[in-house]
Design a binder for this molecule. Structure first.
Ligand code: RB5
Length: 149
């Protein structure tokens, strides 16, 4: 499994913890920035990770900012991305099973590291159920097509 990860300065420390956690498990992770604590703009990193996932260079994306909100909003503007902001493990497995989420978003200022790592594991180990959920996900794609130029 290959993971694309990105954050702004507000998510930098949690991102480092997630990278260490995944690498210990032998999972390949590529960090698309930011790399320093200098203040920066979350849309750049949400977009970069989203583009890499849509291009199928990576299986999933993980994006982190202070709240997880701005970076998930940004990623979800990229066609084909279904970024889910999860701060609990129930949502993390439900969004894989029901929404076929391909990007996980979290907020470093919202949850602690232990919970965040459990959320990452839950998200990556859950499978899309298809069936009636596939029909609904296809309707999300239809909306995307309707509003794309
Ligand atoms: C940065 O201060 C902060 O606004 C950002 O990390 C994020 O929380 C935005 O949604």
């Amino acid at each position: 499994m290959k993971i694309a990860i990105g954050s702004d300065h507000g998510g930098l420390n949690l991102k480092k913890a997630v990278i260490t956690h995944l690498e210990k498990k032998g999972i390949e992770v590529k960090d698309f920035g930011t790399y320093t604590e200098e203040s920066c703009d979350y849309p750049e990193y949400g977009c970069k990770v989203a583009e890499e996932v849509v291009a199928k260079n990576y299986d999933f994306g993980i994006i982190i900012c202070g709240t997880g909100i701005g970076i998930s909003m940004s990623a979800n503007k990229v066609s084909g991305v279904r970024a889910a902001l999860c701060h609990d493990t129930f949502s993390a497995h439900a969004t894989r099973q029901h929404n076929n989420a391909n990007v996980l978003a979290m907020g470093e200022r919202v949850i602690g590291e232990g919970l965040a790592l459990d959320i990452v594991d839950t998200f990556l180990n859950s499978e899309f159920e298809g069936g009636r959920h596939e029909r609904r996900v296809n309707k999300i794609t239809d909306i995307e097509k309707k509003y794309s130029k």
